[in-house]
Structures are given as C-alpha cells and as structure tokens.
Design a protein around this ligand. Structure first.
Ligand code: IVH
Length: 711
C-alpha cells in the first residue's frame, strides 16, 4: 500500500506530534490488517516477515509513547489468524500458545537462568529438548479411544478451524493410534509442512499451467490444508511432525523427551533431529548443529525450540501471558546469499505505480531458488546504490519476497553506472512518469505512469485484478490467459470477458488452437457464466478503484445496499455534491483518500462507460442488510476489557450482523457496554453515565448465543 507511505513513515517515533501519531496509528492499523488478510486468508503476503515486524514494532513504539491513542482495532491487540467462515470453528480446550523468541546466545542464557531462578535450583543440571522449529502451520489432532475424531488449525490460538477431512488426507497422520498406552483422550499437536522439493515442483507446474503459485512452503502448506475440497488437499504433498499436546484424559509421560518417544511408538511422526540436551552448553551446541544442517533438511525450519524436559517442572514454570516460561524459540538469522544483478525491469501496476524488479543470476537461498527480487522504488535503488552488473547481497528471512541488502562495491565491474530511473512508462505509449504526492502535497517514493486506461500495462493489470480470487474469481481465467486474450485484442475491458462466453466465433477460433480442448473451453465458459451473478462488494472491489480494497468494498456495499444506489451516489460524489460526499464520509472507515479516488474514477466518462457496459452483462446482487429484528438492532455497543469466549473482531462482526453498531468510545450515545476482565476507564465512564453494563456471558445470552461450556 505505497499510497500510505507518506512522509510520516520516515519520521522517528520521538519526533511525532500527537496529531501525527493519530494518523500514523490509523495507517498502521489499516496496513497491518490488510497484510494480515494477505498472509492468513490469501496465503499471498506482499511484504517480508521482517518488514511486517518493523511495522508492528513501529505501532508498538508509538503506542508506548502515546498510550491514550491506542486504537480499539490496534494491531497490538490481535493474535494470529482470524478464523475463516469456510470451516466450522473449533474451540481449543487448551489454548494453542505461541513461543517467546531468543535471537542471541545471551537471550538463551537468560532463559536458562530464569528457569533456574524460578525453580530455585542449585547446581542441579537442567535438561531440555532441542527441537527443530518447523516452519509450517500447527494443528491439533484429537484422538478418542485411539481414533482420530477431529483435526483443527490453530486459528487465533483459542478457536481454530475444523479441517478434519483435510488432515485425514495427510499420509503421515494416523487415523488410529498404534500400540497401546495412549490416554483415552489425547490431543496431539504438531506442524503440517511441505517438503521443499515437492513445493518447488508444485509451483513450477502451477506456473506452467497459469495457475496460482505460493510465495513459500509455509503458505503453500496453509493454503493446501485450508481447501474446501479435501480431494484437493489429498493431492498436495503435505507432511506432519508431532511435538506437543492439548487436552488429555491422563498423563502419559514424565518428560518431553519421553512424550516424543511415546508419540513415535503410536505411529505419529516425530522429528528425527529432536534430542535431549543438558544445560546452556547443550542448547547452544544443538543450535549450531541444526543451523549447519539446515540447508540439507529438505524442509524449512526457522529456528530451534528449547523446552524444559521435565513435565513437573513445566507445570511449575507455567505461562507468562501467551507463552510458556518453560520453552523458547531460538530463531535463525535470515539466510543470505550473493549473486549478480543482471538487470532491472520496471513493472507497471494496476494503478500505474512503477516498481523496479531486480533480475538476478539464479541463486539458492535457504533451499529456494531466487531469480527476482523487488527493489521497491527509485529512492531505494539510489540509497543502496545498486548498479547493473553488481554483486548483490540477498536475504530471505524464512519467508516471502527476498530482499536486496546492498551491493559489494569492491566487486563492481568497471564502468557500471548509476541506475537512471525511467522518466516515461515502459509501455508503447511512453507516457510521462510523475512522482506521487500525498493529499497534503508532500512527495512520496512512488512513481506513477499517468496513462491510466490508455496505458496498456495498466489496462491488462486491471483485467487481472478483475478476475482475481477476491474479485470476480473467474475459474479458468488466470493471469496468463488474461494476458494472452489481451494480446490477441479480445479483451480490453471487463465486459469483454462476459461477451467472450457467448461469442461463438471466438470460441470456435479457440477450439482450433493447441491446448484448448473441448473440456477446457466448456470449463472456461462455465467459469465466466457462473460469475454473471455477483455480490455487490465483489463488483465494487473488481472495479479496481484506487484505495478501494476488499474491506472498503464491503463497507460500501453494505452502506449503499444496491448497485443502483452505489452508482448514483458515486456519480453525485464525482459531480461534487456535498451531501453525497458527506454520506460517503459517514460510512465506517471511509476517509478522504477513498472519497477522492471514487470521485476521480467516476468523473471520467470513459470509466463510467466501462462500468455501464459491464453492468449490461451482470446481475449484481444487493448487499445483505443488517438485521432489524434482534434484541440489539440499532443499539450502539462498546466492548471493553478482555473477552474470553471470542476475539474482539468476532464480537464486533457478530454484533454488526445482528444490526448493532459497534463503537470504540463510551458516550451518552452508547446503549450497552460489554465489559470483560481488566476493563478500565470505559467501564468507569459507563457507570458515571448510568449505561447498561453486561458481562460477556450476559451479552451472549442477550443475543441468544448461549456461552459454550468450558473445556
Ligand atoms: S511447541 C506452548 N515445538 O512454533 C508451545 N512449536 O511460536 C507450543 N513450532 O505455533 C509449541 N516447531 O507452530 C513447538 N518443535 C516445536 C515446533 C513448534 C514449530 C511452531 C508452532 C507454534 C510456534 C510457536
């Protein structure tokens, strides 16, 4: 979301004014939410873990300086992935927690010392297990009487998704425990992961077929496990390692090491590199060995997990907030490699932004072959002074898009010149490129082609966006096909896609072609026809208007209800109608950027015609309206303090579905305050104003969701 990277982003936290901080926290909340969705829901992150962490840290730092500005929807209040509506929710009887990280030997020493202090140990040796930290996704397998009865993802740690049918397709996971001695009830926890070679083979095949590829093995594992159709999961090369447990009917081991042995005896795969080690020295040695062998393992690991071996000690050590005191993850540093920068290509995005992409001499970093890396923008290239022909240092932090850290000046070939960022778009029109400014007029790092729809690159990107998964999601029409039909001159705007499905002459021409059998043509037509009926939010998102992402599209769809109301409101906004603008502004989370972008889009006659021609092909369904016949319809609700039975997002979504409005601050306009443990000033204000205050359970009873029995 480069548009949000205003000048504020480069200001140190200590220099921010309070007004800056408000803005910046809002931007960070929006960006991080969007990145969360890309990561967890789409399994297609667009920034590296390190960049994500940096944004999160900035958010935390600003909040630490301005505690009063902490937003209700602050990223610091969220844990892990939201649960999707595709799968039934599974409440974990024993929460699936995360681990604290250690990045240095000192931090590991501190971990050992803390345990010694806490348990008041003298000279007594402390044993640990050192286990590879598998970079996949953790799952919970529930065995009753030795039979696998349910499998779930971690989700947000408290509630996961029921993916039993999918987990059962993984050959490593026994449907029945072998041997004997297993407790009547045991939840086995471990990691679903994808071997590197199988992952690479899948991506190569998918790319050749014009289908979606995955950024890394972890996203691939997660995407494969969370398929609606288990037969798709069955074809994916997933594996499993067991390393922990949840609910138990009876203890089954005295140490972690013994637990792993029992798992293996019951037919559950355990990692062959997990072992017992003694004290700090053993921990550091295990780390060094695993780090050295990491490239040979055949699957991604991102560190080593240390666990106090004795379970009675684990019991005594307990937990601090969300992580156990008895375990820690020693993370590996990012993996680096050197290679040659062979060229720099400019990619033109849907909205005309120009992104420089490094073309690299292929090199393996952490088991993955890297050929391209983003160089972000012109300023970044200038700052790092990377030149074509340079030897560059590449970093892959167990994750997404590899980063170029810089070049090695001593190895620069003679005559290598500074990179000159193009001043015109690389498209045949050669439209001039401008530096983008923020609403306030400050320059940003983004260069943009001004060609809009006249720029063929932007046009084709618009079409790709239109058919993408979160927009029209047209099966059989991937980026490759869009590009091909575009080059052919068949597609120039979205309406053309729907015309193709009924154009016998073109379909006949397709039949003549290699690679297009009768079945694939039938599927293509069916895929297109299936989307003639479309929800209003997908329609709005599909238009690809700047700043109107999926969440905003949903807000707009709910706000206007029907496509007719939406279009006429946008026409009025474009015509400068103040009332229409105010109505738009009044919608939740809609700000100036969206209003300006919508106005600019609908002010263009050309765009309005594209929309009209598209509408002639479609049946756009009205948005689902919030209910009016519930106990809380029309009421304003504030959630404060900790919620124990649901996440705040869940609570908000549920309340909104029932027609309530959820607000973050308590005022006279508030009808109900739902207060959990730790509620502070808001609860006080509510009491002063004499508002109705409910516990979480009372709230659930009011809306008719009986609280689930405690696990
Ligand atoms: S133990 C209470 N052991 O790391 C601790 N976790 O940050 C439970 N992971 O969500 C986790 N390998 O996805 C444990 N050998 C291992 C692991 C492991 C990978 C992941 C797991 C967990 C995350 C914790």
């Amino acid at each position: 979301m480069p548009a949000l990277e205003s000048d504020l982003r480069s200001k140190p936290v200590s220099d921010l004014s309070e007004a800056d901080a408000v803005l910046e926290l809002e931007h960070l909340a929006r960006e991080l939410t969007e990145h969360d969705l890309r990561y967890h829901r789409d399994e297609a992150p667009t920034i590296s873990d390190a960049e994500y962490d940096a944004l999160k840290r900035r958010n935390d730092d600003i909040e630490a300086r301005f505690p009063a500005l902490v937003r209700e929807d602050s990223p610091s209040r969220k844990v892990g992935a939201a649960v999707s509506a595709q799968f039934a929710p599974v409440r974990h009887g024993v929460p699936m927690l995360s681990l604290d990280n250690a990045f240095s030997d000192e931090e590991v020493a501190e971990f050992v010392a803390r345990i010694r202090r806490f348990l008041k140990l003298g000279e007594e040796p402390v044993w640990f297990t050192a286990e590879p930290k598998i970079d996949g996704l953790s799952s919970n397998l529930r065995y009753e009487h030795g039979v696998l009865v349910q499998g779930a993802t971690r989700g947000d740690g408290r509630t996961g998704e029921d993916v039993t049918a999918n987990l059962k397709t993984i050959a490593d996971i026994p449907h029945r425990l072998k041997g004997k001695g297993w407790p009547e009830l045991i939840e086995v926890r471990g990691e679903v992961y994808a071997p590197l070679d199988a992952f690479a083979a899948f991506n190569a095949e998918a790319e050749a077929a014009g289908q979606r590829t995955y950024a890394n093995p972890r996203n691939f594992a997660s995407g494969s496990l969370r398929q609606i159709d288990p037969s798709v999961t069955a074809k994916r090369p997933l594996r499993f390692f067991a390393y922990a447990w949840g609910e138990l009917s009876a203890p089954f081991a005295a140490t972690q090491g013994e637990a792993l042995e029992r798992f293996a005896g019951w037919g559950l795969p355990t990692n062959p590199r997990s072992r017992r080690v003694e004290d700090l020295e053993g921990l550091l040695e295990a780390y060094a060995e695993l780090e050295a062998d990491r490239p040979k393992l055949g699957y991604d690991i991102d560190g080593v997990v240390y666990k106090a071996d004795r379970l009675d000690w684990q019991q005594r050590l307990g937990f601090v907030s969300r992580s156990p005191r008895w375990a820690i993850a020693r993370k590996f540093p990012a993996q680096q490699a050197r290679t040659i920068l062979e060229g720099i290509d400019i990619q033109v995005g849907r909205t005309g932004s120009l992104t420089p992409v490094a073309r690299l001499k292929p090199v393996t970093v952490g088991g993955v072959v890297v050929k391209n890396a983003t160089l972000h923008n012109a300023d970044e290239i200038a700052r790092r002074d990377v030149r074509i022909g340079d030897t560059v240092i590449l970093q892959r932090a167990g994750d997404v898009i590899p980063q170029i850290l810089g070049s090695v000046p001593e190895e620069r070939p003679a005559g290598a010149e500074r990179y000159e960022f193009p001043s015109v778009c690389p498209c045949p029109l050669k439209t001039p490129v401008v530096r983008e400014t923020t609403g306030g007029g400050a320059e940003t790092v983004v260069r943009r082609c001004t060609g809009e729809f006249a720029c063929p690159f932007q046009r084709v990107e618009h079409l790709k966006h239109f058919v993408s998964r979160r927009a029209f999601d047209i099966e059989g029409l991937g980026e490759k096909q869009i590009q091909a039909f575009y080059d052919e001159g068949w597609f120039s705007e979205p309406a053309d896609i729907f015309k193709l499905a009924r154009d016998e002459a073109k379909l006949e021409a397709l039949r003549e072609r290699d690679g297009y059998g009768e079945t694939s043509i039938r599927n293509l037509v069916a895929g297109i026809e299936a989307r003639r009926t479309i929800s209003l939010d997908r329609f709005i998102y599909g238009l690809g208007i700047r700043h109107i992402g999926e969440t905003t599209a949903i807000t707009l769809a709910r706000g206007y209800g029907s496509v007719g109301a939406f279009i006429s409101a946008m026409d009025q906004v474009a015509a400068g109608d103040e009332q229409a603008k105010e109505e738009l502004d009044a919608l939740d989370q809609i700000g100036d950027a969206v209003i300006e972008a919508a106005a600019a889009y609908f002010a263009e006659d050309h765009n309005r015609q594209i929309v009209q021609r598209l509408l002639a092909e479609l049946d756009v369904q009205d948005a689902e309206q919030p209910k009016t016949d519930t106990a809380v319809a029309g009421k304003t609700v504030v959630f404060t303090g900790a919620l124990e039975r649901m996440t705040r997002d869940e609570a908000k979504a549920r309340a909104e579905t029932l027609g309530a409005k959820v607000s973050s601050s308590v005022s006279k306009k508030t009808d109900i305050v739902v207060a959990g443990p730790g509620a502070g000033s808001k609860l006080k204000t509510a009491a002063e104003l004499g508002l109705q205050v409910l516990t979480e359970d009372e709230w659930l009873a009011l809306i008719g969701d009986t609280p689930a029995a405690e696990g």
